[in-house]
Design a protein around this ligand. Structure first.
Ligand code: FES
Ligand SMILES: [Fe+2]
Length: 429
């Protein structure tokens, strides 16, 4: 949050900690290997998350820097339930602020993207600079000497409420809290190194879309850390040998365990009989695609990694599956609804053929992707299965009971436990 000396007049709109867990709430025995189903459907816990996580000392992805690439660019987004404006001002500086007029609280920016010299609220035409400072108030001095604001009205004391902003690897992050550590430290070494591998290139946006999924936001946070399900639920991955547990791969948790990287190397596949023994339906058949070009890929890196999912706590995901590069982030829309956003990316240096391959592979994931639609579906099955049993808990012991990296196997729920480690830490559970 702004510090008092830079922004003395901004009303303290961020409430101090006051949301409380339900009276009877206790985390079950078993630590991070148990997750009480109550956390997926309890409105009091949901309200607490908005305060402690989304308004708390955590960095949150806001948008791609490319979406505010030019001076005057404006992008609207969300931080938890709060509408946010990201801008690039005339000096090229990126700002983020709450999309809430300092007058009566109306949304100031209504479009997804825009380019303007200033921001004007449609309600009473208060006008703000791209840095969020109030420039003019319509009829501040009234009309013909009558009406207007009181003598002591000081526009510099009323502005759009700013967020702290940092830009890293082409992504804009924001936080409300003055206590949030620098982004560099929040991410940690392993997370930064792999982000740089995939994202520190001249990026290009190939397409964006969003979808509503019918589950609590944390079920999606779990799902993207769940390397155990990836080749069981997603039969396409198994059938067409895109990503399987019998390829070399592993799970790397960040220093704090909150973020993770899951990776596999397609060329190392040694088809294990266990797939058939585990009753993995699709491992029993040979299939062909009518459009085999969907799986045509080139090796962009020399480390052999052909599939990776990387998360940054709480709601950011970066994927590079074959050559399909995308950023996903998800926004809670109520206790049992989540909006999932996808930004598909390429590099400026891609040849037209490479770009075509990335776009083609976008059919694997995304709202209508052959793989990702199963995730939206399965998360809603968990939401429906758990909603009426708040007193029961998930059993998450695959690969052990603690949250630790495992560079030899992805038959583990280590990264899921890592998420809950972070969640409990910040929620005080
Ligand atoms: S609410 Fe924005 S100008 Fe009145
Ligand atoms: Fe999945």
């Amino acid at each position: 949050m702004h510090s008092a000396h830079t922004c003395p007049a901004v009303a303290p709109s961020i409430p101090s900690a006051k949301a409380q867990p339900p009276e009877d709430f206790r985390w079950p025995e078993g630590g991070v290997s148990r997750v009480p189903f109550q956390v997926f459907s309890d409105p009091a816990i949901y309200a607490m998350e908005q305060e402690r996580i989304f308004r708390g000392p955590v960095w949150h992805y806001l948008c791609m820097e490319l979406e505010v690439g030019k001076r005057g660019d404006i992008k609207t987004t969300w931080l938890g339930e709060t509408p946010i404006i990201v801008t690039r001002d005339a000096d090229g500086i990126v700002h983020a602020m709450i999309n809430r007029c300092a007058h009566k609280g109306a949304l100031v920016c209504l479009k997804d993207r825009d380019n303007r010299e200033s921001l004007t609220c449609v309600y009473h035409a208060w006008n703000y600079g791209l840095d969020g400072r109030l420039k003019t108030v319509a009829f501040q001095n009234g009309l013909r000497g009558k009406g207007g604001m009181p003598e002591d009205f000081d526009p510099s004391r009323h502005r759009l409420e700013p967020l702290r902003v940092e830009v890293y690897c082409g992504m804009v992050f924001g936080t409300y809290s003055a206590e949030t550590e620098p982004l560099h430290d929040f991410l940690g070494d392993s997370t930064r190194a792999f982000m740089e591998r995939n994202m520190k290139h001249p990026l290009k946006i190939l397409g964006v879309h969003s979808q509503m999924i019918h589950n609590n936001w944390k079920l999606y946070a779990e799902n993207v850390r769940d390397s155990y399900h990836a080749t069981l639920l997603h039969t396409f991955y198994t059938t067409f040998k895109v990503n399987r547990l019998d390829m070399d791969g592993g799970i790397v948790l960040s220093d704090k365990k909150w973020h993770h990287i899951s990776y596999s190397k397609r060329a190392t596949l040694q088809a294990a009989a266990e797939y058939k023994e585990a009753n993995v339906h699709s491992a029993k058949f040979d299939s062909d695609l009518e459009g085999p070009e969907l799986l045509k890929a080139w090796e962009g890196f020399d480390d052999g990694i052909t599939h990776s999912i990387q998360t940054v706590f709480p709601t950011l995901v970066m994927q590079l599956t074959l050559n399909s590069l995308a950023v996903r982030f998800f926004v809670p829309r109520g206790v049992d609804k989540t909006e999932l956003f996808w930004v598909f990316l390429g590099y400026e240096t891609d040849t037209p053929e490479q770009e075509h391959m990335r776009v083609m592979q976008g059919n694997l994931t995304g709202a209508a992707g052959l793989v990702a639609l199963e995730d939206g579906c399965i998360n809603s099955f968990v939401q429906r299965g758990t909603a009426t049993s708040p007193d029961r808990a998930a059993f998450i012991e695959m690969g052990g009971r603690v949250a630790e990296s495992n560079e030899s196997s992805r038959a583990t729920e280590a990264a899921v436990r890592g998420f809950w480690h972070g969640y409990r830490n910040i929620m005080g559970f």
